[in-house]
Design a binder for this molecule. Sequence first.
Ligand SMILES: [Fe+2]
Ligand SMILES: [Fe+2]
Length: 351
Amino acid sequence: MSENPARFEIAHLARVELLSPKPQETEDFFTRFLGMYVTQREGQSVYLRGYEDPYQWSLKITESPQAGMDHFAMRTHSAEALDRREKSLNDANVDRAWQDGDFGYGKTLKYQTPDGHNVSLVWEAEKYVAPPELQSKILTRPSKKPLQGIPVKRIDHLNLMASDVTPVKESFERHLGFQTTERVVDGDVEIGAWMSSNLLAHEVACMRDLTGGRGKLHHVAFYYGNLQHNVDAAEMFRDYDIQIEAGPDTHGITQGQFLYVFEPGGNRVELFGSAGFMHLDPDATTKTWDMADIDTGLAIGGAKLPWETYFTYGTPSPLALDAHIEKFVHFGPGMAPPEPSPQTDLAGSSA
Ligand SMILES: [Fe+2]
Ligand SMILES: [Fe+2]
C-alpha cells in the first residue's frame, strides 16, 4: 500500500441524525436504557450525547413518518483539512453545498455518497461543558456516568447499506482518506468493506443491500468498551421487550464485540463492547474475507446473524420490521429476494 496523504484528515464520526416515527419511544430507548443525556430540544428534534461524547450532541432524533438516517457528520482534523476535503470533492465534480451549522456545530459541507447517503463534514464543534452537578472527577470525562440503564460512553461507528459497495468504499478512500482495513467478497463482487480514518478498526462500514435498495442505514453503533455491558444490556432488553437481533458475540471482522437491537422506531442499533483490533500499522494491507470463511468473519462464537433481518433490513424500509421479517423469513444464501411489496407500509408504523 502506498502512502495515503489524506490519512487522518478525518478525525472521527461526530454525530448521526436518526429519523423515527415513534420519537418519544426512541428518545426513551436512548435515555432510559442507554443512559444518554438530552442537551437540547428544537421543533420536532431532540439532541443527545453519551457521557464521554465531547460535543453538544452525537445523536439527534427527529420525528418522521419513516425510520432512517437523515445524515451523519464526520469531524475533520482541522479547518484546513475541511477545505482540502472540499477541494477533493470539487476536483471530482461531486455535488456539494456549504450550510450553516446545526446546534453546537459550525459551517458544514454536505454531499452524498454514490449510493445517496447524506454526508456532512464539520470542523467547528462546540465542546460540551457540564453544569456543576454533572461534572465528573475523571478529567477526561466531560460528564458523570449517569445512574440510568446501562450507559454508553459515546458514538462509535456507522454501517451503511448500499446497492453497490465498491463506489461507496472508493468515495471514502478518495475524498476522506479512509483506509479499507477489511472487506468481504463473493466471487468478484465486493459485498462488504470496513474503513478507518484513524486508529480504530473502522469508523464506517458498507454492506451490500441484498434487496437492491439504495442509500439505507444498516446501523449506528455506540461504545461500551466492555463485553460484560453487552451481556447486561441483553438481559435488560429481554426484560423490557426491546427486540434483540443478535449477540452478544464477537465479530471476526474488526474483532469488535457486538449486540444488535432494534430501537422502537425501527432503526438498528449496535452496542459495541471491546472495539477490537487497533489500526496502528500505517501501511497495513486490506484483509479480504471470502464466503468460505464468512462464519468466522461474522461471529467467532457462532451467533447467527439472521438473513431475514441482518442481510436484508435497513432503514428507511419499504416494510415495517414485523412485516419485513414475515416476508423474508424463508430468505437465505444464494436466493433471489422476494418481489417488492406493492403496498407502502412505512417502517416503524407497526414495528
Ligand atoms: Fe457495526
Ligand atoms: Fe457489528
